[in-house]
Design a protein around this ligand. Structure first.
Ligand code: G3P
Ligand code: CA
Length: 256
């Protein structure tokens, strides 16, 4: 991979293991997060939702259908019921018995070892989820300004603002899907709005070009695009000067 600006760039760009090392293990399981850690990613990305009994868990879809042996909505399950599901077999029998991790389990297992990029997934379905996430961080003293390896992000920007107002010292990011841009463009108006509370603009990779990355930086923001699965895109995005790569395959960044 070719660096955009300087020799140090290749050493400073961050690798974020998307849902863990999800190209090699079932997404959002301890197996996938552990692999991300072993592959020396800088962060694991986790999707956080809430159970019927208000416990935080990590799963991507709002139903358990695709990634477990159960059916139905995450929010209709108690934690105990969810923990009985198999979150590994759908991917490969060798991962049978993997469970849906709890948010607190993830914090306790990885704190100080690897950064955690926390996505509030469909927070509109889970009133109070921002406060719950904040409480779990505060309880562990993981909300301090000098702890720069915990970041909270969401496609729901109201939710990001809500979290930011609860814990203003913690870095937050706005996820920007294709449909959230204006004819495929992240405008300066967007960026001024994001810069009022956020530290990261993490867009669909197709929304970036050299000029957009420059404008993101001019607004004092960093950018970690998603989701990268091949070397071509790593090289292209590094040519633009992005600050991180959210990928299912952390080994794409092995030049670091
Ligand atoms: O972290 C960015 C990325 O995870 C957002 O998309 O659908 O994989 O959660 P999704
Ligand atoms: Ca995600």
């Amino acid at each position: 991979a070719l660096a955009a600006q300087d020799n140090n760039y290749e050493n400073t760009i961050k690798t974020i293991a998307h849902r863990g090392s999800s190209g090699h293990a079932p997404e959002n399981t301890i197996a996938a997060y552990d692999l991300g850690f072993e592959q020396k990613a800088d962060y694991i990305e986790i999707d956080v939702q809430m159970t019927k009994d208000d416990k935080l868990v990590s799963i991507h879809d709002t139903t358990v259908n695709r990634t477990t042996d159960g059916t139905g909505s995450v929010g209709d399950y108690t934690l105990e019921e969810l923990r009985n599901l198999d979150a590994g077999s759908w991917y490969d029998e060798s991962f049978a018995g993997e469970k849906i991790p709890t948010f607190e389990e993830i914090l306790d297992r990885y704190r100080g070892k690897i950064g955690i990029l926390i996505e509030l997934k469909s927070p509109g379905l889970y009133p109070g989820v921002e406060q719950k996430v904040a409480d779990a961080l505060i309880e562990r003293n993981m909300h301090k300004p000098n702890n720069n390896k915990i970041i909270v992000q969401s496609f729901n920007h109201d939710s990001v603002k809500r979290f930011h107002s609860i814990l203003p010292s913690m870095p937050v990011g706005v996820l920007v899907g294709y449909g959230q841009a204006e004819n495929g463009e992240i405008t300066d108006e967007h960026l001024e709005g994001y810069a009022a509370y956020a530290d990261y603009v993490n867009p669909n990779k197709s929304l970036l070009d050299h000029d957009t990355v420059d404008r993101i930086h001019q607004h004092g923001l960093k950018t970690w695009p998603y989701t990268i699965v091949d070397q071509e895109w790593v090289d292209r995005l590094m040519g633009y000067g992005v600050d991180g790569i959210i990928t299912d395959y952390p080994e794409l960044m092995d030049f670091r």
